[in-house]
Design a protein around this ligand. Structure first.
Ligand SMILES: [Zn+2]
Ligand SMILES: [Zn+2]
Length: 243
């Protein structure tokens, strides 16, 4: 056990010599996210954000959603542009799995801030005491086959540790095509009806997490699938909001 640990550390040190850790924001060698890039992250100010869709300035009137947004509340941690976009793509496409806890911490931070502000239903947008489990928007079968892991499962697992709320791996989507080469309308069509929940959810209060929300198609589909199996109104959280 000890020898295995020493060997692993030696292997890590060797890899670090060959491929030094670089900041995901500015590529400087050293840390995954350097202090400068960390302090320059474009946080969404929860006080000003739309309680329904998480858009950064929709608190009073939101131009990004129209009352048909399915999750009861959505908390977006960051504006998508710049470093947050690279955080998401480096995790899933460059296989930088060490970013999973970094994403989870950013989301936990935003959730904590959002707990001080009401959703449209009057209850706090987020309350860990009123949460039974965390679930995630699963990768498509094609993306899973290509990457060999589900990046949101990793983030949800870290967030579950961070918040002390159990992880529920309940959503599957076996047949949808990879979304990357589809336009907005096709994305919605491609996702429609393809996600489903495996278990009966009998009133469970769930937090549904994803990396990025643009039209909210994936969050809507996941929420619809959870509600169809009896979940209570769903709260959503994403790392970043495109708007
Ligand atoms: Zn940096
Ligand atoms: Zn909105």
């Amino acid at each position: 056990m000890r020898i295995a640990g020493i060997a692993r550390r030696a292997a890590d040190a060797f890899a670090e010599g060959l491929w030094p850790t670089r900041c995901v924001g500015c590529e400087q060698p050293g840390e995954l996210l350097c202090d400068e890039c960390r302090s320059a992250l474009p946080w969404v100010e929860q006080r000003l954000a739309c309680p329904s869709c998480g858009a950064p300035y929709g608190f009073l009137t939101c131009t990004e959603c129209d009352g048909t947004w399915l999750p009861r509340a959505t908390v977006a941690a960051l504006d998508f542009r710049g470093t947050p976009a690279r955080m998401a793509t480096c995790l899933k496409d460059a296989h930088e799995l060490r970013l999973a806890p970094v994403l989870a911490q950013a989301m936990a931070c935003a959730l904590e801030e959002a707990s001080a502000w009401p959703a449209r239903d009057g209850a706090p947008r987020f309350s860990p005491a009123d949460l039974d489990a965390i679930c995630f928007v699963p990768a498509t079968a094609a993306a899973y086959a290509r990457r060999g892991f589900d990046h949101m499962e990793l983030v949800a697992r870290e967030l579950s540790l961070e918040l002390g709320v159990p992880l529920a791996d309940v959503l599957v989507r076996p047949t949808a095509r990879d979304q990357r080469d589809l336009g907005r309308a096709d994305r919605e069509r491609n996702l429609s009806g393809t996600m489903r929940a495996l278990d009966d959810l009998g009133g469970a209060r769930l937090l549904l997490v994803d990396d990025v929300a643009t039209t909210g198609a994936s969050l809507a589909e996941g929420t619809r699938a959870l509600l169809a199996r009896g979940a209570a109104p769903v709260t959503a959280c994403v790392l970043a909001r495109v708007w």
